[in-house]
Design a binder for this molecule. Sequence first.
Ligand code: ATP
Length: 452
Amino acid sequence: MPDVVTMDKIVSLARRRGFVFPSSEIYGGLGSSYDYGHYGVLMKENVKTRWLEAMVRERDDIVALDSSIILHPSVWRASGHVAGFTDPLVDCRHCKLRFRADQLEEAQCGARPSKHPGETELCDLTEPRQFNLMFQTRIGALEETGLDAYLRPETAQGIFVNFKNVAQIARRKPPFGIAQLGKAFRNEITPGNFIFRTLEFEMMEMEYFVPPDSAEHWHRYWIDERLAWYRRFGIRESHLRVRAHESDELSHYSSATSDIEYLFPIGWSELEGIANRGDYDLTAHSEASGTRLEWVDSATGERYVPYVVEPAAGVNRSLLAFLVDSYDEEVVAERPRTVLRLHPEIAPVKAAILPLVPRDAEMSTRARNLYEELRRAMVAEYDDSGQIGRRYRRQDEIGTPFALTVDEQTVEDETVTIRDRDSLAQERIPIAGARSFVLDRLAQEWKTSKAD
Ligand code: ATP
């Protein structure tokens, strides 16, 4: 069965339910920036927390870091970004549009959208020019004396320049890693496709420092680990694949990169890049700064510059993949239903508490008490507006795994119904045990019921 999801449906649901809004909308929007509403924020937090747990909390060999967005400008000269972090650009003199020279096949001609740029007689493309993707800014009050600086286009360099601090203080021996989550900025020439590619986004990067002769082994290891992470949180196996970069696609620092790709509605596209950066970065910063960034074994005196294996993922792009992968439509009792079959650990809200008749004081008091009890243990939502059917639909569309309804019977025998988002099965359980019931169910292994 073909997947029902399209990018338009995701954009519309994300907006309707308050996950993602166009940025600066009252001024006409800024095509390549988005704002996250309540459920978007909660879901993004879940993505980041799951990543941090897998990278730091569940392991002994990786520590966390939070470096600055604006680093010393020399960092970006030494790292090669000033010279090499560029995309090749062509302009069309006829339609005045700008395209990535390496992505003409995916772009639409401005005059004839059914054609690619360069394919019509009117197309008049310039030669490709290199365009640096870093946003520039200035530190200091005065134009003349200020210092040119950049907003970081990746978080990795903040890790490399802290290598010595962390290696000494964390007392780790290769292989060990440093993980960092945070915003990055890129002056993308061809943004679009909703939150897939934006000017600012959050990255989840981990630099894993290893003995040089084991870098290939760790590169494969991290590809497998990261694939397993997406599968663990519900992404369907059939929609994930690994693609190794051709030599002409490699970034300036990389000796090998494999992308984990997801089958988005726009086709197979990168979700995460896993690069073998070799000793490129530590060597470059050692030479430029005069500080030797290397591993020294104090017992044996052995010293070497570790190689670096880097899994680099985008929070926003992951969120998009989770939305797309979980989006489902079905007809239940002759009525259409849209549901996000999100993994419970990714879903923004875990349980909704719904008093069947909100005006009924006995029901609403019990529902309110249950809500107060649940919200201490999980993100819960009290929803008493509109008909019960509409409330269920709202919760389905934000992917809430459980809905607990307080009705007439609750008042008589202190039980509630619990409705499962995916199977729609309803059970009656004692209100007193509801919290542990939901917590148990949330802790159980979960597999999507969405068709492949
Ligand atoms: P692309 O080829 O899509 O431009 P990239 O290879 O330049 O991506 P990396 O530098 O490997 O991307 O960045 C790591 C991850 O950060 C990407 O896999 C993606 O998830 C995310 N990412 C990169 N650029 C953007 C962007 N402009 N908007 C949103 N996420 C991004």
